[in-house]
Design a protein around this ligand. Structure first.
Ligand SMILES: NC(=O)c1ccc[n+]([C@@H]2O[C@H](COP(=O)([O-])OP(=O)(O)OC[C@H]3O[C@@H](n4cnc5c(N)ncnc54)[C@H](O)[C@@H]3O)[C@@H](O)[C@H]2O)c1
Ligand SMILES: N[C@H](C(=O)O)[C@H](O)COP(=O)(O)O
Length: 352
């Protein structure tokens, strides 16, 4: 199913942040540009260093404003040049560049909020490098973007051709998960996800499956009581609101092929419960989408991949899907696009 916006869609081009310059960002940006350059509906521009961008192998065109990106896109990767503070050797994070990495995200968000960019797509960051080099106080993009937007409950969704997942708790230590799980957090997460799936993915009443926290969803309380005390009451309240919600379901049997046909979204209780199945199934084509923001944000589903940076081994496929999805969602919101197709096959018998 296509993610690509209809020709003539008026949405502005997508702003791509530079991510960690020591990672695979330049290479995959070049690969994505080569794959999408013939499709003006998927035009994007990089907010980053033009020389670093060129090191990925694409011709680059320095632009003065996002409005110039679409015209430049067929011939070169458009770049709003924002110079690095220091060289960026592959695989070795440079703390001096961390403030510029953060600034790239801030600028892309400002452009999206001003309507000059149709969406934000982020290249991967190394969070530790930003903590060390820029005093970054957020565990990831998701939380940083929410802080920039003043949003209390950002929702992380990863969507691929076979599965969509949302972790209720996001970037926290496993030991802290039981304490963080509340009925309000579960309910808010499901409400945000249901609303955004309806608006951007054409799922008017998505079928949502909630995982339990404990083995066998607690085995009737013998292996933990969060299902009885927190998750099941939240499911009941959400159902009373009219949402199509099932659970808590044992997580170990939630992701096999037949199970995946029964829901449009799996809501999981912690990061790895959600992200392991989708990265196992769809690593090459999974897209990270932040729901609940006043602007569109997508990202590839992988990280900085220092181990292969600069070696010509990085696959751009997840970034290509992230850029397509961002463009499609932007066109959709502008009233001119086709439905956002990532993961749209799941739950409709195509989830194998
Ligand atoms: N959106 C983001 O900013 C984002 C997402 C995930 C991880 N991260 C960060 O990235 C850093 C590294 O994380 P990690 O090592 O757990 O995950 P990773 O995704 O960077 O790498 C995991 C493995 O997958 C491979 N890989 C990743 N992307 C690939 C691609 N496009 N083509 C081919 N192979 C690819 C890597 O070489 C590595 O072997 C961490 O700091 C993490 O927080 C950032
Ligand atoms: N949890 C994400 C993953 O593993 O793919 C990753 O850390 C990105 O998170 P942000 O989009 O919040 O940076």
């Amino acid at each position: 199913m296509s993610n690509v916006a209809e020709p003539g869609a008026p949405a502005a081009p997508v702003a791509l942040t530079c991510g960690d310059p020591a990672g695979i960002g330049a290479e995959i940006a070049a690969g994505a540009w080569a794959a999408l350059r013939d499709d003006p509906a998927c035009a994007f521009f990089l907010v980053g260093d033009a020389d670093w961008a060129a090191s990925g192998g694409a011709p680059v065109a320095r632009i003065g404003a996002p409005g110039e990106a679409r015209a430049a896109f067929a011939a070169a990767l458009p770049v709003l040049h924002r110079p690095l503070a220091a060289p960026a050797p592959a695989g070795r994070p440079e703390p001096a560049n961390a403030p510029m990495v953060v600034a790239s995200i801030e600028e892309a968000v400002a452009l999206a909020r001003a309507g000059e960019a149709g969406a934000v797509c982020t290249l991967p960051i190394n969070k530790k490098a930003l903590y060390d080099g820029a005093g970054f106080a957020h565990p990831g993009h998701t939380e940083f973007l929410a802080a920039l937007a003043g949003v209390a409950r950002p929702v992380m969704m990863l969507a691929g051709p076979q599965l969509r997942v949302v972790p209720v708790t996001i970037h926290i230590a496993l030991a802290d998960v039981p304490r963080a799980l509340t009925g309000a957090l579960i309910e808010d997460t499901v409400r945000v996800a249901a609303a955004d799936l309806a608006r951007d993915f054409g799922l008017a009443r998505p079928r949502i499956a909630l995982a339990g926290l404990n083995p066998h969803a607690g085995e009737g309380g013998a292996m933990g009581r969060e299902e009885i005390e927190i998750i099941a009451p939240a499911v009941a309240r959400l159902r009373a609101e009219g949402l199509d919600v099932a659970g808590p379901l044992p997580a170990d049997t939630l992701f096999h092929a037949a199970a995946r046909t029964r829901y449009d979204l799996a809501v999981c209780m912690y990061h790895d419960q959600a992200l392991i199945p989708i990265k196992a199934l769809d690593f090459d084509r999974g897209v990270n989408v932040t729901l609940g923001l006043p602007f569109i944000r997508t990202s590839p589903d992988h990280g900085t991949a220092y181990d292969i940076a600069g070696k010509g081994l990085a696959e751009p496929t997840s970034l290509i899907e992230a850029l397509r999805l961002a463009a499609s969602m932007a066109a959709m919101r502008a009233g001119a696009g086709v439905g956002a197709g990532v993961g749209a096959g799941v739950g409709a018998g195509a989830g194998t």
